[in-house]
Ligand binder design. Structure first.
Ligand code: ATP
Ligand code: ATP
Ligand code: MG
Ligand code: MG
Ligand code: MG
Ligand code: MG
Length: 269
């Protein structure tokens, strides 16, 4: 009977639409925290940058890279993270909805799972959510421009937020006054306010805030001591070296050439 039921109802599967990602393209999944303005307030995030929250975002992104296939690089800032699947990936037959939902759910569950490692006894008040989208980039040039776009966004927001909160926290302005003061200012003006009024050199602010977080796979030789028993010998510790792939975090510029020259195997030709 269950077989008959199957044949009678199975036609509904044909209502599923094809969302296979075009071959040869990089598949980018970008996640963004849902309503994190409120989430940050309710969980008392430090303004403008809460390092616990940034650490938890990166930890969750690392879990995504380690648990899912074929992600070659990830870039994150604020409440967002972008994951790039290699262009030859055939994971889940390149079905966009499968890739996106696996990234979003692995990330969300990790965010909750690792919360305590970053926030200690401060309770997580409600289950956070993340939206996801998929974008395809057909060339290395387009992909690099995408990542540059996200890092430029990080820079613009962080410069603004740094001056804004300095004016409020150290300059004694109200948030409305700080907003007024910054209306129409250019990057140079903001740097000048920080430097001349507060003796802050923006370029020496923490790199993680200015540049965001880039995660890539790196090969490392790892040496471990293994207890071994050779025939006719005492049991002893022997050093065994092997090459291990691990996710490494960087907080550097990824817009210029240097990062890509130093890590030539991240992107394929
Ligand atoms: P949406 O659901 O449309 O994404 P949102 O409230 O999440 O709405 P975003 O534009 O994504 O809006 O902005 C995220 C906000 O979360 C920031 O503006 C900031 O207030 C807060 N936020 C995220 N991460 C941090 C952090 N590490 N430190 C301090 N605040 C943060
Ligand atoms: P995939 O990642 O492809 O979905 P899967 O292992 O999750 O692989 P499913 O076809 O989704 O495969 O099957 C889910 C399996 O999970 C079931 O076959 C069963 O073994 C187990 N499972 C799920 N829920 C329960 C449950 N409530 N009690 C016992 N086993 C369960
Ligand atoms: Mg948004
Ligand atoms: Mg958001
Ligand atoms: Mg955001
Ligand atoms: Mg399943």
């Amino acid at each position: 009977p269950s077989n008959m039921a199957k044949s009678k109802f199975e036609y509904v599967r044909n209502f599923e639409t094809d969302d296979t990602c075009l071959r040869n393209c990089y598949i980018v999944v970008r996640l963004d925290g849902r309503n994190f303005h409120k989430f940050a307030e309710q969980h008392e995030f430090t303004k403008p940058n809460d390092d616990r929250a940034l650490g938890l975002m990166s930890r969750s992104a690392r879990s995504v890279m380690e648990e899912l296939e074929d992600i070659v690089i990830a870039y994150g800032q604020s409440d967002e993270f972008s994951f790039v699947f290699k262009r030859t990936s055939t994971w889940f037959k390149r079905r966009a909805s499968k890739l996106m939902t696996h990234v979003a759910s692995q990330f969300s569950s990790s965010y909750v799972f690792y919360w305590k490692e970053f926030f200690g006894e401060q309770p997580l008040l409600y289950p956070p959510g993340f939206d996801g989208r998929v974008v395809l980039y057909p060339s290395n040039h387009n992909l690099r421009d995408y990542l540059s776009w996200r890092q430029a966004d990080c820079h613009i927001n962080n410069l603004y937020n740094t001056v804004f909160w300095t004016l409020v926290q150290k300059g004694g302005l109200t948030t409305a006054q700080a907003e007024d003061r910054l209306k129409g200012t250019l990057a140079a003006d903001k740097n000048e306010i920080l430097f001349s009024e507060f003796h802050i050199n923006y370029n020496t602010e923490p790199a993680v805030h200015r540049k965001g977080t880039t995660l890539i796979w790196e090969k490392r030789d790892e040496t471990v001591l293994k207890r071994m028993k050779l025939p006719n010998e005492e049991e002893k510790d022997v050093a065994v070296t092997r090459s291990r792939r691990r996710v490494q975090a960087h907080h550097c510029d990824i817009i210029g050439e240097q990062f890509w020259e130093e890590h030539p195997d991240v992107l394929e030709d």
